[in-house]
Design a protein around this ligand. Structure first.
Ligand code: ADP
Length: 265
């Protein structure tokens, strides 16, 4: 299994219980969407899977390893096999797009090569190729601060694709894109995962995007998995329960279509 969680809890430093007894298994190559209201624990779960945070209880296996029983050096090696796409990619504003994309391989390159790459981008053709898939080839030498939020998100995706991880995690990766571009970009991520046998876990606020692109949907609420179902089995009642009592009311995107949903990947 690529991921195996058993009774996992996660308490943040301030005492917030972000995850409460999560059981979850993912096979290699599976593609899963995580949905749920704000504060449900989606980002905490993705950070835990990325081994950025240790669980406070339960057991966790990622790519066949128990991350927190490894030495820090071994854990670094494991992290190089995991890609994490952030909602707001933490890219230095003055960094050039080409350098930001090539940084995807820093975990796999040695120190010397990584430092050299900061001075002179080592694989401009590779960066251009992956940016072209996201319609950003013309931004290769621009600085990150010159890009819009949606373009920055696509640079973050390009960086993760360039990294070529075995496990790809994405936290709201298309939230700053218009609906058409968001749909196109998610389709690209799913196709990439399928072609390269990558396991893909994506958190999404837009439920209709999750249902359209993913065969398996996990609903998270108050740190617990409320449902874990094939997309075709997710109905309006489940979505109402998932988003019940949201302070601002349910967003329009949680309205489940009446017909049958056909996952695209
Ligand atoms: P979601 O991604 O579903 O919006 P999060 O995982 O970000 O949910 O948050 C889950 C809960 O954990 C929330 O109550 C949030 O306030 C809290 N939380 C998230 N990150 C931290 C943190 N770094 N320190 C303290 N509390 C946090």
């Amino acid at each position: 299994m690529t991921l195996r969680l058993s009774g996992v809890t996660l308490r943040h430093a301030n005492g917030t219980e972000a995850l409460r007894g999560v059981d979850l298994g993912l096979q290699p190559g599976e593609q899963v969407a995580i949905i749920g209201p704000s504060g449900a624990g989606k980002s905490s779960l993705l950070n835990l899977l990325a081994t950025a945070l240790p669980p406070t209880g339960g057991t966790l296996q990622v790519l066949g390893e128990a991350p927190w029983q490894l030495s820090s050096r071994q854990r670094q090696r494991l992290r190089a096999r995991i890609g994490l796409i952030h909602q707001a990619p933490p890219l230095p504003p003055r960094q050039r797009v080409v350098t930001a994309v090539l940084a995807g391989k820093l975990g796999q390159w040695g120190l010397g090569k990584s430092l050299l790459n900061l001075l002179y981008p080592l694989d401009i053709a590779g960066a251009r190729q992956v940016l072209a898939r996201l319609d950003l080839a013309d931004k290769l030498f621009e600085r990150c601060q010159q890009l819009s939020g949606g373009q920055l998100q696509r640079v973050g995706i390009a960086r993760a694709l360039y990294q070529a991880p075995e496990l790809l995690l994405a936290d709201e990766p298309v939230s700053a894109m218009d609906p058409r571009l968001a749909d196109h970009t998610l389709g690209l991520l799913c196709r990439h995962a399928l072609e390269h046998k990558v396991t893909l876990v994506v958190s999404l606020h837009a439920v209709e995007l999750a249902l359209a692109h993913f065969a398996r949907i996990i609903g998270v609420r108050e740190g617990r998995i409320l449902f874990d179902l094939p997309a075709a089995a997710v109905d309006r009642a489940q979505l109402d329960a998932l988003y019940a009592n949201e302070q601002l009311g349910a967003p329009p995107s949680v309205q489940a279509p009446d017909g049958v949903w056909t996952p695209r990947c």
